[in-house]
Design a protein around this ligand. Sequence first.
Ligand SMILES: Cc1cc2nc3c(=O)[nH]c(=O)nc-3n(C[C@H](O)[C@H](O)[C@H](O)COP(=O)(O)OP(=O)(O)OC[C@H]3O[C@@H](n4cnc5c(N)ncnc54)[C@H](O)[C@@H]3O)c2cc1C
Length: 371
Amino acid sequence: MLICGASFAGLTIARELAGSGARVLVLDRYEIGERQTSACAAPTEWLKAMGVRDSIRQTFDTLVVHTPHTKVDFRLPWTFSTFDYRQLCRQLWEQSDATFETAKIVSRLSSSDAREPSGERRETQSILTDRGTITAPLVVDALGWKRVLAGNEYQPPDAPLSRGLEVHPHGARDSLEIWIDRGYVPAGYGWSFPAGDEVRIGVGSFDPRFHVKEPTVQLATDLDSEAVRYQGNWIPHKLRPATADGVFFVGDSAGHCLPLTAEGIRTAFYFGIACGRELRRVVEGRASAETALRRYGDFSARHEWQFKWMLRAQKLVPRVPPRMLALALRGMERGSFVDWSFGHYLRIAHPSFAKAPALPAASDPGIPVAA
Ligand SMILES: Cc1cc2nc3c(=O)[nH]c(=O)nc-3n(C[C@H](O)[C@H](O)[C@H](O)COP(=O)(O)OP(=O)(O)OC[C@H]3O[C@@H](n4cnc5c(N)ncnc54)[C@H](O)[C@@H]3O)c2cc1C
């Protein structure tokens, strides 16, 4: 089996397959954990459920939201933690029994039928890398928004992508903060996520045409921090088919990052576990590759309504006049509302899924997705 991409999604799948007896090769252009791909904040319960709690740098029970007309403290019903990317990746990797190699994935060449030693015919995929061609019966694209194995159909700035950029100055701060302020970005938000001895300060724009370097520098300056150690990328805000041409797509390659909040780590864990469980059934002879593709694809697609709601909110918030937004946020500060809304939000990809049994069949009413 070939897993392309060794970040949140790819490493989760490798971890989920540990002990299954599968021969799993994971490929990435960089060493594991070498290049941080996000501000690295996720619900603490998810980090515990994935066995990576040692990577946690700072934990927050309050989200501070700034607008030009108000500042609101949301006391969260669950906590967020920032973590060390390299350490988290290493800890996920240590829980797997896969093999790792560095290679740049170029494209999917073709699929063809191969004969098994048993005489049975099995479809295999050929993947072109800068180190040669690799053939495998089961292939996962966890390569991020470019969706390389589908032929890179998205081209910014025309595709449904947001853009995010952050700096990582040394220093310490106490609060998890965001800024909904058109002074920084017309549609999007700025953030300051402290992580022990560094702070991750950045700006994300839902409009891919809006450049975020200047506002990121401005926000860092406003926080008396240095704009150093940049990290940025495109962020998908639309769900895409999670399977195509016999390939499994997981994480940003399937658009699994949530619109509005741009939270894509826990969804990469969640859909990575779902995909890993289906692949495990194939390895253990309990399902065909075709069945796994169908079940995983259906599972992902059943979340579409939640992604659509989040996208509606993403489009609505920038249109609300700032004074009205301030009023609305103050109204939402009530504990009961915060518990209700953040509870629903977490259920889109709940940490209990990490311990749940394998995916039920599509017709099973007990599908563990949001209530
Ligand atoms: C600035 C910024 C801040 C963010 N902050 C947060 C946050 O705090 N919390 C949160 O939940 N989400 C955050 N996100 C979103 C989050 O980073 C993504 O949703 C998440 O990284 C998706 O995980 P993934 O494993 O699917 O893809 P990625 O993390 O993008 O990993 C893709 C992997 O594939 C490899 N790769 C790519 N192309 C190739 C190739 N051709 N050949 C070989 N290897 C390749 C890369 O090296 C990488 O290891 C942020 C995004 C940005 C841009």
